[in-house]
Design a protein around this ligand. Sequence first.
Ligand code: C2O
Ligand code: CU
Ligand code: CU
Length: 485
Amino acid sequence: MAAVLLAAGCGAIPGSVTSVDDVAFDQRLAIPPLAESEVVDGVRTFSLTAQEGTTSFAPAIDGETETWGFDGAHLGPTLRAERGERVAVDVANDLGEATSVHWHGMHLPAAMDGGPHQEIEPGGTWHPTWEIDQAGATLWYHPHPHGETEEHVYRGLAGMFILDDDATRAADLPSEYGVDDVPVIVQDKVFDDEGQLELTDDGGEPGTLGSVVMANGTVGAYQEVTTERVRLRLLNGSTARSYTFGFPDRPFDLVATDGGLLEAPLELDHVRLAPGERAEVVVEMEPGETTRLASTDTDLGSVAAPFAMGGNDAFDVLELRAAGELAPSPEPAWEPSRHAEADALDPAAATVTRTFELDERRINGERMDMGRIDEVATVGDTEVWEVRSTVPMPHSFHVHDVQFRVLSIDGDAPPPELAALKDTVYLEPRRTYRLLLRFEDYTDEAVPYMYHCHMLRHEDEGMMGQFLVVAPGSEARPGPVRGSH
Ligand code: C2O
Ligand code: CU
Ligand code: CU
């Protein structure tokens, strides 16, 4: 099967590739360093500089590849903060073009969100600050410049932002960063003959599907495991590809999704992640053995030509090599956070329903316009968003500022892996996803948040809309942005 696919060649069936037996897994997994921070007047302050550089992806790729990164040539450090803390980030842009830094999954004021309205000119700086007030979770950050997000992320601008709270701190979960609590940013790339990153722009759907899959920028990565259990914080940081992660020889426990912990560990064989989604999984090892995190056949739903959308592709991503002796790890377990009740979303409280229909590039018949507000929500309101892809192609729906609950899919309860908080969800074509969300704390009459497809080509080409969160009684209405050009 694999041989047939290989013989058919990537040229014959774009995107239909397999690297399961292609790569020697002999490169130590790069672990993004934890970002340093300083607490100044009670504010935990980080700094990030977007810059250009070169990276060696040897031995998979010869020579030096031009890449972009934060505080380095590729990807960025892991930021980490605690619920209740006030944070600030001194962001500098040393690129030759404007960029922005968006805090994906973060609840924060719209002006701090880092979307297309907060672009930073070349040589410029930006100083967002906000208070962390949400459940412990694996979030991430990446650029969001208008129409250029795909390229900026693809060149390497992305990093994790881990939040801790009372529940994640006290949980019986592997938690030594880089040792048994391992960030795994999965991205696929295309390299040209000179070893440079290629962003295929042939109008093909669903965007660039690469045959080289890397974890934290390492191709053919292995991680030495020294404990009985290891927790992987999986982030699909790819621009277009959805994955189905699992291990060929064992199940794992899903412990958290985008917005935080599940109610209890959920044993699964695999979990599908669309671009932008995260999953924390805990896997058990025996002394001396190895296994590999892999992505195999991804069920994209009723997509036309799944082979062309990467649905048939298979990749090994990361080899886990257990030492001869393993330190004991507790069985995964945790108690709810003391914030759990306040955080909970109540479907009975929903007072507003909105519908969002996605076609090839439009949402509700419109393409993104920075000068147009599409929706206006009132702070304090709980809403239901009914989201549906009307076309047989993959979409990954993301909402800024909030973590939502998937109430139902075509009227049925969602599968258990979609039961916890989410900020991004894969939309199987022609199914209706009812999302429950609540807008809290922050209002702004002028600066909007975004909702969009997280397949970045789709987003850049207009599959995005803007919403304001305003105070009760506000006169703000959908339409042209106030004071916009
Ligand atoms: Cu991760 Cu609006 O994006
Ligand atoms: Cu986001
Ligand atoms: Cu899309």
